[in-house]
Design a protein around this ligand. Structure first.
Ligand code: 13P
Ligand code: 13P
Ligand code: MG
Ligand code: MG
Length: 371
């Protein structure tokens, strides 16, 4: 059976700063989808990660379905009214346009979706991250789908011998979706050359070269490109099918033990380590650290099981400890050097203004002149 798995997430307001949505707002999203999904969705789950709410759903309408996207948009709109009524911080933050226009891409919410031919058993993972941007998934995807040091299946499972195709988007290009398909393993160095630049190139999708099936769908929204200014971080979601012809669940999770440094800590302007957390985790230290959660599901005829919280395990307690140390370490150098994002990526205009003010006070001195 052909089924579409769609994840749509938005920040529509949170309690006590950019920390977590209120119970009433979450209920409002859930109730709206519950009351309006008949004839559109087969199943759905609502969750949150930091201040972002995700609607994960299944249906048979294909990707970019107007009905499905409108349902999510309307649910977020309705719940935004509750957020306003409660005086939540950043109510409606990610709903950047007033009117719905066909689908939610380009309107603010993040979208990750793929249409699949359901396998007899269809396990998949749903990742949601907060206080970071889509480039945060570049390294874990590279390691899980192209590096046998992390994905033993590339050596042990004949159906993965041919490797995977990475579809990479240039998110700095705003005229159209500028994408390139590169094949692992033969284009490995080209894939690496692009993916190292996490603010410009992000993985949009990955396909099995053995079967042509899509394995990964990740959101690529850059809110600044839509709003023209900083309105919040791009907090990405991602769907990854696992097992069989694809990496095992544990191979996809493994790279997250690194707690690699990503953009998005405090005001979307600092670098911090990505901490794997349990579902429905909140935000704290320095508006972070950047976090990622993972819910594991099986889907059958579009019906979702209950989620298993993939980072809720004693192993990840130890990892969180180590990642907290990395967070403190980089915070010790405040705004200096690589602790704060480069000028081109800064999400606030304050430093640009400062340079403008200082500009007339600069003087040009000849190289030969004495100090
Ligand atoms: P099982 O033998 O438990 O199914 O595990 C297989 C596997 O691939 C685990 O990574
Ligand atoms: P969010 O994008 O998660 O709302 O975070 C915004 C921010 O600037 C936190 O410091
Ligand atoms: Mg927020
Ligand atoms: Mg957020």
């Amino acid at each position: 059976m052909k089924v579409t798995i769609t994840g749509i997430k938005a920040d529509i307001g949170s309690v006590g700063g950019h920390i977590k949505p209120s119970t009433r707002v979450l209920e409002a999203v859930k109730n709206y989808v519950e009351q309006h999904h008949k004839g559109v969705l087969i199943d759905f789950r609502i969750s949150y990660t930091g201040d972002d709410i995700s609607i994960l759903c299944t249906h048979t309408q294909g990707i970019c379905s107007e009905k499905v996207h409108k349902l999510a948009w309307d649910a977020f709109k309705a719940a935004t009214e509750v957020a306003k009524d409660q005086g939540l911080y950043g109510a409606g933050q990610d709903l950047l346009k007033d009117a719905f226009a066909g689908n939610v891409r380009g309107l603010g919410p993040a979208v990750a979706e793929m249409e699949i031919e359901e396998r007899p058993s269809e396990p998949f993972l749903f990742f949601a991250a907060d206080k970071t941007d889509p480039g945060a998934y570049n390294l874990p995807l590279y390691l899980a789908f192209a590096d046998p040091m992390y994905c033993s299946g590339l050596l042990l499972s004949p159906s993965m011998f041919k490797g995977f195709t990475f579809r990479i988007m240039d998110v700095a290009y705003t005229e159209a979706d500028r994408i390139i398909d590169l094949n692992a393993p033969e284009d490995l160095y080209d894939i690496a050359a692009l993916l190292r630049d996490t603010e410009r190139f992000v993985v949009e999708a990955i396909f099995s070269r053995e079967t042509g099936e899509q394995v990964v769908a990740a959101s690529t929204t850059r809110l600044r490109n839509i709003a023209g200014k900083y309105t919040g971080k791009d907090d990405p979601i991602m769907i990854v099918r696992v097992q069989g012809n694809f990496p095992a669940t544990g191979e996809v999770l493994a790279p997250f033990h690194l707690g690699h440094y990503v953009a998005g800590f405090m005001r979307g302007s600092h670098v911090g380590p990505l901490m794997p957390v349990t579902q429905n985790s909140t935000i704290s230290f320095f508006d972070g650290p950047p976090i990622v959660s993972c819910a594991a599901y099986c889907v059958h005829e579009g019906r979702l099981t209950s989620p298993v919280d993939a980072f809720d395990h004693p192993f990840w307690e130890y990892v969180r400890h180590e990642v907290a140390k990395k967070a403190i370490e980089i915070r010790r150098q405040g705004f200096f050097g690589s602790a704060m994002l480069p000028y081109s990526e800064l999400e606030y205009g304050g430093l640009v203004k400062k340079l403008e003010i200082l500009e007339p006070r600069f003087v040009n001195r000849a190289h030969t002149q004495e100090v």
